[in-house]
Design a protein around this ligand. Sequence first.
Ligand code: HEM
Length: 145
Amino acid sequence: MIEEALVAWLHYLSVFALAASIAAELALYRREMSAQAQTILRRVDLGYGLAAILVLATGLVRVFWLGKGASYYAQNGFFWALVVLFAAVGLLSIPPTIHYLRWKGEAPITVDARRFRHVRLHLILEAALFPLLPLCAVLMARGYG
Ligand code: HEM
């Protein structure tokens, strides 16, 4: 079925975009941020949000319409691990987003050292958990769990 292949393609694309956004945020986030760097980081974070929505939407389409059937996934432990980890990565991304949204992007800023460590820790945890997501997906797709 061509629809199944196209949704799988979109699922991969959005997963890659999500991984790229996390990497870009880690690379761009600094204590000293120019007005331009603030704007870029906010745009990358918006891209992260859109990619996450597309991952979820394409994932749900595969669960309910194009995959092995919802009951297959409902009985699979790695599916639920994937869902919990996806939610955890999403929750971890909330404090960085709130932090970026407070910036006006009009003048250079120096982020308070404690806040910088706190936000950076969230980004590092997102990056650290991320590799477990495709691991859960490939195990779930092959009937483990
Ligand atoms: C960042 C999070 C995610 C990553 C990295 C990811 C990754 C993957 C990968 C690599 C596959 C292909 C597995 C294979 O055929 O070997 C896949 C398939 C799939 N994913 Fe995701 N996924 C994510 C989130 C989700 C979510 C949130 C859902 C459900 C709501 C979901 C549902 C599915 C389904 C149903 C399949 C098809 C499995 C099959 O062939 O039976 N994914 N995912």
